[in-house]
Ligand binder design. Structure first.
Ligand code: HEM
Length: 149
């Protein structure tokens, strides 16, 4: 379940950024409106993945004999703490992403040229790309936990 959480989260972000967005940006308003609905629906999957990863991560941590509260005395604990920090950062960007999506749904953001909406559309793309890089970094840390831990 822990790994499934990041597969859904990271996989969805990569699909949106690498497959859907490059096509939709050259399509009409109808396609862009449909894509906003896709983004909004995906946010629910992000929260499901995040909760799944947090609960399973805490369980894996508490059941692991190497885990000692607030002690980062070995490589495994330092790698785990770094991964948890990345998770917090990914949650921060997920909240920002959801808030901007909400704003982009408001009628005022879609009526004519709206500087704030344009900024938010660019930010959404940036937040997605930052989250993808963070997710890949966390996966590498998880692999290092298995190898060096
Ligand atoms: C974006 C964040 C995260 C990613 C990508 C991630 C990914 C992974 C992966 C791929 C594994 C290896 C599973 C295996 O081979 O058995 C793993 C194990 C683990 N994860 Fe995470 N995880 C993340 C966040 C967290 C968080 C927030 C916690 C704790 C609250 C956590 C705790 C653990 C623990 C304790 C293990 C088992 C390590 C071991 O057996 O040596 N992870 N994680």
């Amino acid at each position: 379940m822990h790994v499934f959480g990041i597969v859904v989260w990271l996989g969805g972000l990569m699909f949106q950024s690498a497959v859907a967005a490059p096509i939709i940006q050259f399509e009409g308003e109808l396609a862009k409106a449909a894509m906003r609905k896709v983004h909004k629906r995906f946010v629910a999957f992000v929260w499901m993945s995040a909760w799944t990863m947090l609960i399973t991560g805490v369980l894996l941590m508490l059941l692991n004999p190497r885990f000692v509260w607030f002690r980062y005395q070995d490589r495994w604990s330092v790698l785990l703490a770094s991964k948890q920090l990345i998770f917090v950062l990914m949650m921060f960007y997920a909240f920002g992403y959801a808030r901007m999506l909400k704003y982009l749904e408001t009628p005022s953001s879609n009526g004519g040229f709206n500087e704030k909406a344009e900024l938010y559309r660019r930010r959404l793309d940036q937040f997605r790309k930052i989250s993808i890089v963070l997710g890949i970094a966390a996966l590498l840390l998880a692999a290092a936990m298995q190898v060096y831990g």
